[in-house]
Design a protein around this ligand. Sequence first.
Ligand SMILES: Nc1ncnc2c1ncn2[C@@H]1O[C@H](COP(=O)(O)OP(=O)(O)OP(=O)(O)O)[C@@H](O)[C@H]1O
Ligand SMILES: [Mg+2]
Length: 454
Amino acid sequence: MLTSLDWQLQKKIRVLIASHDPMLTERLWAFLEQGNETMPIGNVASGRECMEVLKNQAPDILLITDGLTGENVLDICREAIHVYPRIAPIILAQSSRYNNPDYLHLALDMGVCDVIHVEPPYADLRFQAVIDSVMQAYNLIQERISGIGGGIGRIITLFSLKGGVGKSTIAANLAALLATQEERQRVMLADFNWHFGSLDAFVGHVANQSVLDLIPVLDTINRSDLESIAPLVTDGLRMLSAPLDMERTEFTRDLLQRDLLEDDRANLIDDILVQIRDEQAVNVHEGQTEFLELLLKQEKVKQVVSVLARRTLQSLRRNYHYVVVDTAAKIDDTTLTALDLSDLIVLVCTPDVPSIRATRASMTLLSELGISREKVAYVLNRTTRRAEIRTDDVRSLFTGYELLGEIPADFSSLQPFINSGALVTEAGSAHPITRALQQFAAQITTHTPIARAA
Ligand SMILES: Nc1ncnc2c1ncn2[C@@H]1O[C@H](COP(=O)(O)OP(=O)(O)OP(=O)(O)O)[C@@H](O)[C@H]1O
Ligand SMILES: [Mg+2]
């Protein structure tokens, strides 16, 4: 949230008006000029013009009427968000259909920030109502961009730059424990290792749908979309799978396109870069267009994947109390998005030098990514009494970061569960490892409680 000093130092909120009615435009324009923190930057009368201004001028807010001739306002908003995801659309509705909660929710789910009812000659339209709505929409979008806000849920991500430290084991058991903590608590275990996620095996579940099935509903992912592809694993716990085995080859090929890096294509990039650096008009030779097309297609796939990760997490956060995210031991767009949107990142560390180094590297990386230290904590996995490196040693290395749990090394208890696709925490408190996981889950809820409606 910005303080008033920040406001003075910052640029004003830039608003684009899209309206078919000059009288309405004029009134809105005057309001926005009058507001201390707002500024109108242009007005357009069609969806096409609207997209042009979005691309070229990057406004913060789109005030759009539902009366643009021959155009559906929701379609324009959807495209606007697609073209420029930072835009905060507010609909000025003359049609009474927004009194229907279903239609209103459809708009809000899609990313519309507010709906204001208007009626010509607009004498009822008040300065304060418009400015309040603009300010709120702006704050909402800022929160969405920075990952906080938007929903009651909390995203807890297990991460490590080193593989095999127990991220998936802990994620699956944590999710199961959070689901039993309170009646009617909805928890989603989300596999965000999109290259080779195998989390379904940990919870004894055979996935036949994956997160990729959300691509067709990317702009409007809602709870029933999520539930239709993420089945119940236990009461209160659902599991959202990473791309399935059969989808993996194509997914990886689309993202990597190894042949794109062959010499001709590398030359194409060099040529274009030189032209851009010399501020020449970019000129693509006839023989190169095919490479350029491939290159852009690959970029498109990457973009869809990033958008899918972001929208999925945002929707999960709106619809579940806890979202437990398992990640791959490397940084890619999917992992970055999860880290970016997390309410809490739990670094999984084992008491050995390579893992300690990896944890330290993660802490540095996260702080360089601008993720605040309060959102980062760690858990020690596979501790033993005989270990050369003690918990206190690790603690003194990671001062400033909270240790949320210590989970003993106990492969003999874990093994039968791993191999049969069950969770050790389902077996009650019989094993020390289960008790440690329960304590860890309790620490998580204390550290990051869900937001309760006031
Ligand atoms: N506390 C523990 N005691 C004994 N064995 C453990 C413990 N935690 C995890 N393991 C074992 O360590 C192995 C790796 O665990 P897991 O797959 O959860 O790690 P990961 O960090 O998710 O790995 P990856 O980076 O490959 O995704 C598994 O065989 C698991 O059973
Ligand atoms: Mg794993």
